[in-house]
Design a protein around this ligand. Structure first.
Ligand code: SF4
Length: 259
């Protein structure tokens, strides 16, 4: 199935389903996805670790200069901007200079679009690294992935590294003391003939219990929107997403549903 890769360091601005007018920053390679997950729904395609080479990251200097150039142009053209979003072809926190890039971005944002927010979308695998934890605390929208409360389901959906565990991840997420947004992708269907469904009652109830422990300031739920590398997956219908949203709201969490 077709997949989608960003071919620039800076992309957009685009109207994001979740964040408004968003200028994207892709810290990852342009020709393939770079991630330590291999989510079966990833719009960037599969993870091929054998492609990884050390010089595949844009330097922090390149990122700074491209971002500055783009924001200056947008300001001169009178364009609007709600958010600068770190996403792109994989996991942004895997960039070795992630913290420096966040500091540079805050500085440039303050100069050109002081009202705009900064968002980082991450799979939360590296938040035990102090530099990454500190960098994520500095962004306005620290959006971290948690697709299931069960290791078995996370293994099936996210294909995480061997040492990944939901228990360890939740412990680390709790250390943000509520300064985070949890994002969860709901998906159904089949992958390699194995049934996938993180919307069952058992899944949702266990996931809500974890939300109560993590205490995020917001929960973003969504389902697949574009083509995915696995053909057997389906969108979760709107009624089900709303039902999940109502349950989270009843527990006092601010909730955003993207359909
Ligand atoms: S964490 Fe994000 S970038 Fe990595 S495989 Fe999953 S969806 Fe793709």
């Amino acid at each position: 199935m077709p997949v989608f890769l960003f071919d620039e360091i800076i992309f957009g601005p685009v109207k994001s389903r979740r964040l408004g007018i968003s200028l994207g920053v892709n810290l990852l390679p342009l020709k393939y996805k770079f991630c330590n997950f291999d989510c079966i729904y990833c719009e960037c395609g599969r993870t091929y670790k054998d492609k990884y080479i050390n010089d595949s990251f844009h330097t922090s200097k390149q990122v700074k200069s491209k971002l500055k150039e783009t924001l200056l142009k947008m300001k001169e053209n009178g364009e609007a901007l709600d958010v600068i979003t770190f996403a792109g072809n994989g996991e942004p926190t895997m960039h070795p200079d992630f913290e420096k890039i966040i500091d540079d971005t805050i500085e440039i944002r303050n100069n050109y679009f002081p009202e705009a927010k900064i968002a980082a979308l991450s799979n939360a695998t590296l938040i035990n690294n102090t530099k990454i934890y500190d960098a994520l605390l500095k962004v306005d929208y620290n959006i971290l992935k948690l697709d299931s409360a069960f290791n078995k389901t996370a293994k099936l959906i996210n294909n995480p590294p061997k040492n990944y565990s939901i228990e360890k991840t939740v412990d680390m997420l709790m250390k943000f003391n509520g300064k985070l947004i949890i994002q969860t992708m709901f998906v159904k269907g089949y992958y390699n003939k194995i049934k996938v469904d993180n919307t069952t009652e058992k899944e949702i109830l266990a996931w809500v219990e974890l939300l109560k422990k993590i205490n995020p300031k917001k929960v973003m739920i969504y389902t697949i929107d574009r083509d995915t590398p696995s053909e057997g997956l389906q969108k979760v219908d709107e009624r089900k997403l709303n039902e999940i949203a109502d349950l989270i709201k009843s527990q006092g969490f601010e909730t955003q549903v993207s359909k």
